[in-house]
Design a protein around this ligand. Structure first.
Ligand SMILES: [Zn+2]
Length: 440
């Protein structure tokens, strides 16, 4: 027997209808006005942000390649995969940040005025430390060295320099922080390590370097290490492990779990092949060109490029092309067109969404004509526009492809961590220092 007809047939509506009685016409008008204003403001803000893109979509890019390059870089500034400014400051100024003025023209490739002219929105500062001499390190990479200390000093100088120019640089540790830095008009500053020799054969050290902000590690530099074989320089090296060592395979899993990008520049072909098969996350080649275009060991061969992609059995990656003349062309022939040849070739094999820019500026001698320093990236964008690349493809090349790969690695890490995959506790099996008998 219903006590109250309204409650019996629609028990929940009763509460609402009694509330509705309290909303006066005036209040209703005010709410509508607020909502309308919010919508208008959102539309205006979005139009302001995306006005250029909308304009280009309707009208197309200007036919002049330099103007077109400028419009591309308005949408997405350059994010470079590898710049050696920190090593320059170590070598020339003993890491004394106050001895360096990046607002003035510097003698090498990188300073703030030229970064601004080159439309740079971010780059990986390489916290590079050179390989030890093989005889000093010993056959099993076990003799102690100062590499881990020096790596910490390199991270420190990056942070000091970033802090010295807060109006220019902002430290970034994720794809969203890169985007945020760019939106605020800063140059996103990421940190990468250039070789497994920099972590003292220790996965635990890698975890702590991640905690300090490091977001990629190149598996090797020019030397083999406890984790993987290097690809050498102009000629390949005799392999030590045949690709990844057993600890190297564990390292890949831990890098995936942490969300630290795996960088396959400098590695041997076999190391790259095995890693592309094993990794659960997208990877990068932070500064590598194409071997088919210029045949030296340090460049990436086509059979490895063919493992990159979205199709089943392939891995998402971005190959960020190196501008160093020695990697680009025979002596005296390196120029902007030759670098564009590398980009075109890699894009033809992998698809344009897998190419990026990893200049290696401040890390090489000699000159690549038209790409002499960080102010010159627009020349390369203009050259590729002239060759038929469209805006979306050029935006990808400039930085969007790298951001996709970074976000992919971040997602993999999130998934592995929410599945409670444990950190790797493996210790390099050739170490003899632990465990040990404790004496009191
Ligand atoms: Zn390098």
């Amino acid at each position: 027997m219903p006590v109250n007809g309204q409650n019996e047939y629609a028990p929940l509506l009763g509460i609402h209808s009694s509330h509705r009685k309290h909303i006066t016409p005036l209040a209703r008008t005010a709410i509508s006005a607020i909502l309308f204003t919010a919508i208008v403001v959102t539309v205006i803000v979005n139009l302001t942000i995306y006005w250029d893109d909308l304009w280009d979509l309707i009208h197309g890019l200007p036919s002049d390649p330099d103007e077109a390059a400028s419009r591309v870089l308005n949408s997405m500034p350059v994010i470079d995969g590898h710049i050696d400014l920190a090593d320059l400051v170590r070598a020339k100024y003993s890491n004394n940040a106050s001895a360096v003025n990046l607002r003035l023209f510097t003698p090498e490739h990188v300073d703030i005025p030229r970064l601004r002219r080159g439309r740079v929105g971010g780059f990986f500062w390489s916290a590079y430390v050179a390989c030890p001499q093989p005889e000093a390190e010993g056959p099993d990479f076990l003799n102690p060295s100062w590499r881990v200390r020096d790596t910490l000093e390199q991270i420190d100088i990056v942070k000091l320099l970033v802090d010295d120019y807060p109006d220019v640089f902002r430290l970034a540790t994720s794809s969203s922080e890169v985007e945020k830095a760019i939106r605020s008009g800063r140059i996103a500053s990421l940190i990468g390590l250039e070789g497994g020799h920099q972590i003292g054969t220790s996965i635990a050290a890698l975890r702590q370097l991640y905690a300090l902000g490091v977001r990629y590690m190149t598996l090797t530099h020019f030397c083999h290490n406890a984790f993987a074989d290097s690809g050498g320089y102009l000629e390949p090296l005799t392999p030590r492990w045949g690709g990844l060592s057993p600890l190297g395979r564990t390292l890949i899993q831990e890098m995936n779990r942490l969300g630290m990008l795996i960088d396959l520049s400098h590695t041997s072909d076999e190391t790259a092949r095995q890693t592309l098969n094993l990794t659960k996350a997208p990877v990068i080649f932070s500064h590598s060109s194409a071997r088919s275009v210029h045949n030296i060991a340090r460049n990436v061969p086509d059979d490895i490029l063919k493992l990159i992609g979205e199709q089943p059995g392939k891995t998402d990656a971005v190959v960020m092309v190196n501008f160093a003349p020695v990697f680009v062309a025979p002596q005296g022939e390196a120029n902007v067109s030759a670098v564009a040849d590398h980009i075109d070739h890699i894009a033809n094999v992998t698809g344009k969404q897998h190419v990026g820019l990893g200049s290696d500026f401040d890390g090489f001698g000699g000159t690549t004509q038209g790409l002499e320093d960080v102010s010159k990236y627009p020349n390369l964008i203009a050259e590729l526009y002239h060759r038929g690349w469209n805006k979306t493809e050029l935006v990808g090349l400039a930085g969007r492809n790298l951001l996709r790969v970074m976000a992919g690695a971040e997602n993999t890490a999130k998934q592995l961590q929410s599945a409670r995959v444990r950190p790797k506790y493996d210790i390099y099996d050739k170490r003899t220092d632990i465990p040990y008998d404790r004496e009191f």
